[in-house]
Design a protein around this ligand. Structure first.
Ligand SMILES: *[C@@H]1O[C@H](CO)[C@@H](O)[C@H](O)[C@H]1NC(C)=O
Ligand SMILES: *[C@@H]1O[C@H](CO)[C@@H](O)[C@H](O)[C@H]1NC(C)=O
Ligand SMILES: *[C@@H]1O[C@H](CO)[C@@H](O)[C@H](O)[C@H]1NC(C)=O
Ligand SMILES: *[C@@H]1O[C@H](CO)[C@@H](O)[C@H](O)[C@H]1NC(C)=O
Length: 861
């Protein structure tokens, strides 16, 4: 098959075409034999089928794929050297490869009913709760998968093959296009980096210098040309082909596969962190508009009043949804989104589509040729568009959605055919397969967007709705999802689902965060911060005051519901399924829940601080914000009650705290100090433990930390470590010079107050440190502070400023010290003593009282 012997490419072409025809017949034969059964049983193959399988076996053993890829290589090489003679043969080779894979797929999924993880998990948990997860719907036979992987590898590794495929798109006939599109969709999913090549990223081989990404000369550009070519053939009114002289035999199918390929490419780009639709739509606004418009046109090119949604329209909606989902919320609404929204179907249309889908469209879609189409979630129809619309459309769109009853429809779609109590109108629909994994995430996200339009009332305070949502994180569903090979499955699918559920459940917590009278607001102002920025609850502004008030009032009820449906348990179980890099949002949600005692108790009961979990979380490489939130969780629990001390100890937190207290990141150091401080707040439980873990010395060093917050909280922790008894006094002796220094330097008032408070605790339980207190100048420093503040303290008009200042705590500290003889002696001889006499007449009664107390004690013998 060397091209040197066949310069015209004729022989080459004839032989590959012959193989293609043969394999095409095989797929037809297999298809017709499988469509007869449809019983769900796997029958013994008929003799005709055996013959077909035999042909495939022959192909396999003779190294068929390798040979076809050699054809592609030869063809691509000849293109590179300037001849296009081999292009027709490349098209036939491409077709042959595709038919071969298609045949393997047909065999491997034969007899299996198609079930999405959602329906599967519900069906399973309802009927046979403990049956094993064995039959997980069509997972491709390993042979089909292996073949796809192999082609993918060869494609990635060979510039010539890439060029050959590009020319199949560029010059090919319809059958070659069909084949190439399906092949590309599959190898993209098998290795996501294939999408770079199809878009013409700088390092892909097709890309010529200066080529625009997604622009002319790339495969995606050709895909849009195909769509533009097909669009006029699809009549808007009747769905019939208008142009009788149509050169395309099946424009619908071409559009379908083209859109699915685009959706797949976009999905892969997203998973590679390429968050911009311009990778597919180019940077040219004109091209963007044209491409978005053709997709929008195809989305609506069937008659909506009719009772069916056509697969090609559904696939165009899917591609549009994916493209929009590439635009990142963090960088704000782009021009692209603006453009897209103008071509989107209006809300009323989306509602009709969703209703249609809920009534019977699944039936009509069920017969789409090729079960694997379901990998893409083509059956979700318009849920993705709705999500994009809500995400980018602003408050007005959300209002429209709510007044169109979308929240209820979304609940129905999630409940589809399952719970009669929730989805009463639709309970008669029987053989429905519900939402795909991607559809579930889109539906949840859409619902959450609707909350800020008031829809939270219909969902969050209804136990059965909430149960429906939390059931999505059941063991069975998550396992199914992890094994799902299509779009929206795998580890990433699990993370997306859990994050969507978390956003939804966290909505009330986030919405009320601004209110100051919620529990622990001052301590956890930053906990769960990742949720505050990314989720709809965080966008509730001043205009939603009434709603925030309602949520606030109903918070106890909400907490009760979360407890009853065991949300803490669900989330903790979810953590075990999720990759540590994706853990930030669920941990942030836990951090929010911990602020409410009933939820905190349940979280602990369900093993939040189980040592193996703690080790898995903190011992692994989790994102910094998750570590911060975990430290906040420890802090909040410790602060709440001494009942939580033992679980904190048993969770093995001390070793981690010791590590974080010396971490190079100041945020972690300061949070670790705060946690330790709270762990010493209610009792001396941790005192000896801190000593044996050698944490006290590290804490003292932190009082001189370069970071101001770390200094502040280190003083707080040192103070609490000295409060309950004098067990740690010897170790804390070294802190006296550090604390003194802070009193005298330019520090925040709060830090000085903490330092003064710590000093008072160091004389509270015994006098063994009094000598150091005097000799290290701590008393002198305290008196110096008194002199700095006393003018303000005597002036009646400046009471406010005094309340902020550390003066009171400084006086309190001096008063404590005066219980010890050595301190008394020092005070009496101090040059500042007369100032204290004056302070007895301060208009602030507390100050006056402390000053009198000091004088009285100091005057005693
Ligand atoms: C995908 O292809 C790239 C480049 O050829 C390779 O480095 C990577 O390991 C492949 N990934 C998988 C999952 O096979
Ligand atoms: C892309 O190509 C450049 C130059 O050929 C090379 O230096 C760089 O490492 C490549 N990048 C990747 C991601 O392959
Ligand atoms: C889910 O799958 C089961 C099992 O195949 C099927 O009987 C049922 O009709 C499907 N639909 C729903 C909504 O449960
Ligand atoms: C902690 O979790 C592990 C695994 O989930 C479990 O085996 C163990 O019993 C749990 N330990 C405690 C103390 O709850």
């Amino acid at each position: 098959m060397a091209s040197t012997k066949d310069p015209s490419g004729r022989i080459f072409y004839e032989s590959t075409a012959c193989i293609a025809v043969m394999l095409f017949r095989v797929t037809l034969g297999l298809k017709s034999s499988t469509s007869i059964e449809g019983t769900g049983m796997v029958p013994a193959p008929s003799s005709a089928e055996e013959t077909l399988i035999h042909i495939l076996d022959d192909a396999r053993t003779s190294g068929f794929i390798e040979t076809m890829c050699e054809c592609l290589t030869a063809s691509g090489s000849s293109v590179i050297s300037g001849s296009s003679n081999m292009v027709p043969a490349a098209c036939e080779a491409c077709k042959s490869i595709w038919y071969f894979i298609e045949a393997l797929e047909i065999i491997s999924i034969k007899g299996q009913k198609y079930i999405f993880p959602l329906n599967f998990s519900r069906h399973l948990s309802l009927s046979q709760p403990d049956s094993r997860i064995r039959d997980q719907g069509p997972i491709l036979g390993t042979e089909a998968v292996e073949t796809i992987d192999m082609v993918g590898k060869l494609f990635l590794g060979s510039k010539a093959i890439q060029i050959a495929i590009y020319y199949c798109f560029h010059n090919g006939q319809e059958s070659a296009l069909q084949a190439a599109l399906q092949l590309m969709s599959r190898i993209c999913l098998s290795n996501h980096s294939v999408c770079d090549i199809l878009c013409g990223m700088p390092n892909s081989s097709i890309a010529i210098d200066g080529l625009e990404i997604g622009g002319d000369g790339t495969v995606v550009s050709d895909m849009f040309s195909i769509l533009s070519l097909c669009a006029p053939y699809l009549n808007k009114d009747s769905g019939e082909i208008r142009n009788q002289k149509c050169k395309l035999s099946n424009p619908r199918s071409l559009v379908l596969h083209c859109c699915l390929a685009l959706a797949t490419i976009t999905y892969c780009l997203e998973s590679r962190g390429k968050f911009s639709a311009s990778y597919v739509l180019t940077n040219s606004q004109k091209k963007q508009r044209t491409r978005l418009s053709v997709l929008a046109h195809l989305s609506s090119s069937d008659d909506r009043v009719a009772s069916s949604i056509q697969p090609h329209s559904a696939s165009a909606m899917l591609a549009l949804s994916w493209l929009l989902s590439l635009e990142s919320a963090e960088t704000g609404k782009s021009m692209m989104c603006e453009t897209a929204l103008t071509v989107f179907p209006p809300m009323g249309t989306l509602r009709s589509l969703l209703k249609l889908w809920l009534s019977d469209v699944q039936e009509s879609m069920a017969n789409i040729n090729g079960l694997l189409l379901n990998w893409h979630g083509i059956r979700d129809v318009c849920v993705g568009l709705l999500e994009a619309r809500l995400k980018w459309g602003g408050p007005l769109t959300i209002e429209q959605a709510c007044s169109n009853g979308m929240p209820q429809l979304l609940i129905y779609s999630l409940a589809d055919g399952l719970r009669k109590d929730v989805a009463e109108e639709n309970s008669d629909a029987k053989d429905r397969i519900g939402l795909s994994p991607v559809g579930v995430v889109w539906a949840l996200s859409s619902l959450c967007h609707c909350f800020s339009g008031g829809a939270f009332r219909e969902v969050l305070f209804k136990k059965e709705c909430m149960k429906l949502i939390t059931d999505l994180t059941s063991d069975v569903h998550l396992k199914m999802l992890r094994n799902w090979k299509g779009l929206g499955g795998g580890d990433r699918g699990v993370a997306d689902l859990i994050n969507a559920v978390v956003d939804l459940l966290a909505f009330p917590f986030v919405a009320v965060q601004s209110s100051s009278n919620m529990p622990l607001a001052s301590a956890s102002i930053n906990s769960g911060f990742v949720l505050n920025i990314g989720s709809p609850g965080g966008r509730m502004g001043a205009e939603n005051k009434e709603m925030i008030k309602t949520i606030e009032t109903n918070m106890p009820q909400y907490v009760q519901i979360l407890r009853e449906i065991r949300v803490p348990e669900c989330i903790l179980q979810g953590l075990d399924f999720i990759d540590s890099k994706d853990i930030a949002r669920p941990i942030a949600f836990v951090a929010k829940m911990v602020g409410y005692r009933p939820l905190a108790l349940q979280l602990l009961r369900e093993g939040l601080l189980n040592s193996s979990r703690v080790r898995r979380l903190l011992g692994g490489s989790i994102p910094k914000e998750a570590v911060l939130d975990f430290l906040m969780i420890i802090s909040d629990l410790a602060r709440m009650s001494k009942d939580f001390y033992e679980p904190i100890y048993e969770g093995g937190l001390l070793d981690f705290l010791k590590e974080y207290i010396t971490n190079e990141d100041p945020d972690l150091r300061s949070k670790a100090c705060t946690a330790i401080g709270n762990m010493c707040r209610h009792s001396s439980y941790f005192y000896s433990l801190l000593a044996t873990h050698k944490i006290i010395d590290l804490l003292i060093v932190r009082c001189a930390d370069p970071d101001r917050r770390t200094r502040k909280f280190a003083c707080f922790a040192v103070g609490n470590a000295a409060y309950h008894n004098d067990v740690l006094y010897e170790q804390l002796r070294r802190s006296i010079p550090q604390l003194t220094k802070l009193l005298l330097s330019a520090e925040e008032d709060k830090t000085k107050a903490n330092a003064a408070g710590a000093l008072s605790n160091l004389v509270r339980n015994s006098n063994i440190l009094c000598e150091d207190i005097v000799s290290q100048g701590a008393m002198k420093a305290l008196l110096k502070l008194v002199s700095d503040y006393y003018v303000a303290a005597l002036s009646p008009s400046r009471g406010g400023a005094i309340n902020e200042s550390p003066l009171k705590i400084v006086l309190f500290s001096l008063c404590k010290m005066c219980e010890h003889a050595i301190c008394k002696r020092f005070l009496r001889s101090s040059e500042f003593f007369p100032i204290l006499t004056q302070l007895r007449s301060s208009p602030d009664s507390t100050i006056a009282e402390y000053a009198s107390g000091i004088i009285a004690r100091a005057s005693e013998a």
